[in-house]
Design a protein around this ligand. Structure first.
Ligand code: ZN
Length: 386
């Protein structure tokens, strides 16, 4: 009689890092702009020089709250700052200022196609610098432009059960943050990136397996590849009678495989302790309500409007919503009096088909002109092809 083969369930939790769209860094006045020359956006503060003190950026706090509200979180009234200690060349202070004990947002989550993925919390923290490995000179340079850039880390519960669910969740979080004006979502620039905590357990079991973290995944494709590969690797180890240990692995883009980096640290390894330089932050209800009132319309609400009052198909609604400038363009045309069906035809037929590179930049036609063209067509002043 053949042995019954164990079937496994993949379990995924995510830590999504989203850099905030502030003008300046989290604790100093240096510009938060991507793509500058190495070490152009630095000052004694973000270089960790002695005698400097951090001064909290109010705009970063507001964007972190908006991120939390966009993802259905509760906002923490008294939030505090902690130092996460580790030694690495791109971390000038020898510690990162983060929120371990009282993160700014808790709870919340998002529905992905009928499954609700819960968040544990969102904390606000500073990013580290970047190492640039120069193979030509056999040297490594350090760029501190990113050091001190504000980011939110969105930490989920281990609620996803496949690579597809993880990708769907990140896609939805990314859109929610873009529409809320919190983050530009540019994964290719590392401004949105994810770490995946992956484990496997026998189908039907409720006991989570050993969790292995794969760090720094900066595209949807890499997230999917890393999760699939890592789950298969873990299953193979278990099937061969081996055991897994908690560790951190990195994703190798060329092969799609993961490789061990280090044993996974626990919180105590980082010697978290309160940052004495930054006072606790007290947020009153009036302030939180004002931020809530300033929230733009969320993608889910736009979608309900498109598929409801505008009688759009779900696929068309998703196509428009995938690029905010396109959805904004359509909404402007409709608010200028264009018929939703005709506005959609213009956007789908002309804008999306003919203007290729409008992922982020402005659309080189104004909604006013597009709406006027439609009116001229209706009045018989011009033919459809013109
Ligand atoms: Zn600075």
């Amino acid at each position: 009689m053949a042995a019954v083969k164990t079937r496994y369930t993949t379990v995924v939790g995510l830590e999504i890092h989203a850099e905030l769209l502030t003008k300046t860094k989290l604790f100093c006045g240096c510009p938060n702009i991507f793509g500058k020359d190495e070490n152009e956006n630095v000052c004694p503060g973000c270089l960790g020089l002695p005698g400097t003190l951090p001064a909290l950026n109010r705009a970063a706090v507001e964007l972190a709250i908006k991120g939390g509200l966009a993802l259905g979180c509760d906002i923490t009234k008294m939030t505090s700052w902690d130092r996460k200690s580790y030694f690495y060349a791109d971390l000038p202070n020898g510690y990162q200022i983060t929120q371990m004990f009282a993160p700014i947002c808790t709870g919340g989550g998002l529905d992905i196609g009928g499954r609700f993925i819960r968040l544990d919390h969102i904390h606000l923290e500073e990013d580290a610098g970047k190492l640039i490995h120069d193979n030509l000179r056999n040297a490594t340079r350090i760029d501190f432009n990113r050091a001190g850039v504000p980011l939110i880390e969105i930490v989920t519960k281990p609620d996803m059960r496949s690579a597809e669910e993880a990708v769907a969740f990140i896609e939805k979080v990314r859109l929610a943050l873009i529409y809320a004006g919190v983050c530009d979502g540019r994964m290719e620039q590392g401004r949105l990136r994810a770490d995946a905590n992956i484990s496997v357990m026998p189908e039907g079991s409720e006991t989570l397996g050993t969790r292995i973290e794969v760090k720094n995944l900066n595209s949807f494709r890499f997230v999917a590849m890393a999760i699939e590969h890592e789950a298969q690797r873990q299953i193979k180890v278990l099937e061969e009678g081996g055991s897994l240990r908690q560790e951190t692995r990195r994703f190798i883009e060329g092969s799609g495989e993961t490789a061990a980096m280090r044993e996974k640290e626990d919180a105590h390894d980082y010697r978290y302790y309160p940052d004495a330089d930054i006072p606790w932050l007290s947020l009153d209800d009036g302030y939180i309500d004002a931020v809530r009132a300033s929230m733009p319309e969320a993608p889910d609400s736009r979608k309900a409007r498109y598929t409801g009052a505008h009688r759009m198909s779900e696929a068309d609604a998703d196509t428009l919503l995938a690029r905010k400038p396109v959805s904004d363009f359509y909404d402007s045309m409709v608010s200028l009096g264009a018929d939703p069906k005709e506005a959609l035809a213009i956007v789908r037929g002309e804008i999306l088909r003919n203007i290729a590179d409008i992922v982020d930049g402005p659309i080189p036609v104004s909604p006013e002109d597009a709406a006027r063209l439609l009116r001229m067509g209706e009045a018989g002043e011009i033919g459809v092809n013109i």
